[in-house]
Design a binder for this molecule. Structure first.
Ligand code: ZN
Length: 468
């Protein structure tokens, strides 16, 4: 997304100077060497968690496009580094911008958040909108860094911010996505993807957006024409790579049954109305992948014979390892129980019998209109979470109010934050304790119990080893 945004900025150099904060890694240095002394381009070599390089990059800019993050699968393996990069890095950007705005300069910030903040939303709960509760999947530290960063931005007092909850960004070089994480994702997951080109184009389009665009959270995707079910996506990819039926390469019980993320947005058109980034479709993405496969595959050679590829994929299938090692917490999180895993049938029964097309015309309105801008409105909003608003006066969307959750934690938060699906900081993970939270929070319960039973009990601080 970042490099595509840069390409888009290059096309608009007559209107904008560019300041880049880039990691001083060999590959990146090589790719950007030709811009080092170019007119109107400033390159700062550094890292998000280094305050001075962030400040240097932000100095002199009017718009900050924060697209950087450490993402899964790497984020799962390096949770501490993920928090440093994603959360501390965002706070460094905020601090650098605030220094500027204090002396009266006008700087806007766009932050790329993630669909992962909604957590597990399998059918029939696969339609997402801003305002839905934030319920990151168990063990997903990456999603918690996005939630905390959102909170820091919304509560920062900054005048011009926008948060884009980005969907899965589909890249042409699909072979690089072959990773054990592909098995953490249930086969019936709904995805509304975006191509990397449209993601980069969209974030740059924001530079032209009017003032009313700001102080708001959006869902970002390529729109209804980019919707797909994961099993169909996998099948199509395997066909592009020369195999006839993905079911001959995979067994069904290699894939998790729950605890991932993604879904179909009911409100992604609200962002497209401003940015006009819905340019490419799912078919365009398939065409790009086909154009990018190695030459040998194009002339009919396969990556390898079916039995070898199958063995290779099987070795990658994390769930099999969890079962084999009897990793109780992961099996619980992704399957419910070992017995539930054992009950998974193979391909003879259909994946989804329901008709789950979803509306192609998205009707969802601005989430900020869901509750009136009064104390009564905030009381009603808190009630949806099984909690209370304890303030007596509503000032405006950004003035903090007092709240309490169903477990009697107390905190303050602006209406803007709570409207966007944020709730009690003490109840939000880590630890992941949804079986307890769902008992007092009706919105968490609504999604949690659609694929958890009432007698399940899991509370975990983390799921993965830190490999740092
Ligand atoms: Zn709480």
């Amino acid at each position: 997304m970042g490099s595509e945004a840069f390409k888009e900025l290059l096309r608009r150099r007559d209107r904008y100077d560019i300041s880049l904060l880039l990691l001083p890694e060999r590959e990146i240095r090589k790719a950007y060497a030709k811009y080092e002394n170019a007119e109107g381009i400033k390159i700062v070599w550094g890292d998000l968690y280094d305050k001075s390089s962030v400040e240097e990059a932000v100095t002199g800019t009017n718009h900050v496009l924060h697209v950087a993050a450490l993402i899964p699968p790497m984020a799962d393996k390096l949770p501490k580094k993920c928090t440093r990069t994603n959360y501390d890095g965002t706070r460094n950007i905020l601090a650098a911008i605030k220094k500027r705005t204090e002396i009266g300069e006008d700087v806007s910030l766009v932050y790329i958040s993630s669909v992962a903040v909604y957590g597990d939303r399998l059918p029939p709960d696969h339609t997402l909108k801003v305002g839905d509760p934030l319920r990151p999947s168990i063990g997903d530290v990456y999603a918690t860094t996005k939630i905390n960063s959102e909170r820091a931005i919304i509560e920062s007092g900054l005048r011009r911010w926008a948060i884009l909850r980005q969907t899965y960004i589909a890249i042409p070089n699909a072979l690089t996505l072959m990773d054990p994480i592909m098995f953490h994702q249930p086969l019936n997951t709904r995805v509304e993807l975006i191509t990397n080109q449209d993601a980069g184009y969209g974030v740059v389009q924001k530079l032209e957006a009017p003032d009313e665009f700001y102080r708001r959270v959006y869902n970002m995707s390529g729109g209804p024409r980019c919707r797909v079910v994961y099993s169909d996506y996998l099948d199509r990819m395997m066909r592009i790579f020369g195999y006839e039926d993905y079911r001959r390469l995979f067994r069904r019980n290699w894939f998790a049954l729950r605890n991932f993320h993604c879904g179909w947005y009911a409100d992604s058109h609200l962002l497209n109305n401003y940015l006009g980034h819905w340019r490419q479709t799912l078919d365009d993405h398939y065409t790009q992948v086909t154009a990018n496969i190695p030459f040998s595959l194009k002339v009919g050679t396969k990556i390898g014979p079916e039995f070898l590829v199958r063995a290779y994929l099987k070795r990658m299938a994390d769930p099999l390892k969890w079962i084999e090692r009897d990793d109780v917490e992961k099996v619980k999180a992704f399957f419910g129980s070992r017995a539930a895993w054992e009950k998974i049938s193979d391909w003879d029964t259909p994946l989804d019998s329901e008709d789950l097309e979803g509306p192609t015309v998205q009707q969802q309105k601005d989430y900020r209109e869901d509750f009136p801008k009064t104390i009564e409105g905030m009381t009603a909003l808190a009630a949806t979470r099984g909690g209370r608003c304890n303030s007596s006066e509503y000032v405006d969307d950004s003035t903090p109010l007092k709240w309490s959750c169903g477990r009697n934690h107390l905190w303050t938060a602006s209406p803007a934050l709570v409207r966007a699906g944020h709730w009690c900081p003490e109840c939000s993970p880590p630890p992941w304790d949804y079986d307890a939270v769902a008992k007092v929070d009706p919105l968490i319960a609504k999604y949690h119990y659609s694929n958890h039973s009432h007698d399940e009990r899991q509370k975990v601080m983390c799921l993965y080893e830190d490999e740092e």
